[in-house]
Design a protein around this ligand. Sequence first.
Ligand code: ZN
Length: 239
Amino acid sequence: MANYLKTKAIVLGYRDLAEHDRLYTLYTEAKGKMEVRVRGARKILSKLQPPLASIAVVRVLIYEGRSRPLLIGIETSERLPQIAHALWRRQVAARFIRLVDLSTKPEIHDPELFMLLRDALLMMERIEANQANALRDAFILQLLIHSGYRPELDICVNCRADAPTAFSAAHGGAICRTCAARVDPASMPISAADLDALRAHATVPLAVVSILPAADLGAITQALLRYRLETPLWFPVVN
Ligand SMILES: [Zn+2]
């Protein structure tokens, strides 16, 4: 039996199919990641194109028949004009989208992850450049935690000793000096203040990242990404 699905979504990407069709990957509020076909793309796309092509929160109407779901309607729900106009906003926003694509499998209902990505994009639309790193680090940590990779931030991830002074992305968290030397020579020194900052970034709602303490956590969050998502995705430097 055929069904119509109406949901909010964020476009993650697309690829071309035969017959001028296109396959769009959406992150939907109702069903998580979904691949939907757009028929005869060149003709129909001219109507659907603007909201499909921009970074935005959209509302979609999907026809779910026996074959692959078909996108039959789309309209912009939340426009993000600043992201469209500023390259640094667009670059960071595009990486948030890419990370969600990399860390998810199709058809797993996960409205919390939809909200995390939506909040990150809405913040990317309006933050000052000097808050971009805090937003990036909070988003990466919260995405990893949501995906089941909560870094240990309180005790040594290897021997459970108190007051760790280094960070091992390979072992997934804070580590004491002795263990660091033994199991991960690539671990980085970390201060108690930076561990506090990591804990704050891991829990603060993205809408209030401006209250986060100033900290330079980029090397740690991006090393975590490399090990946990196995992606060499690096974020642009924003000052
Ligand atoms: Zn240890």
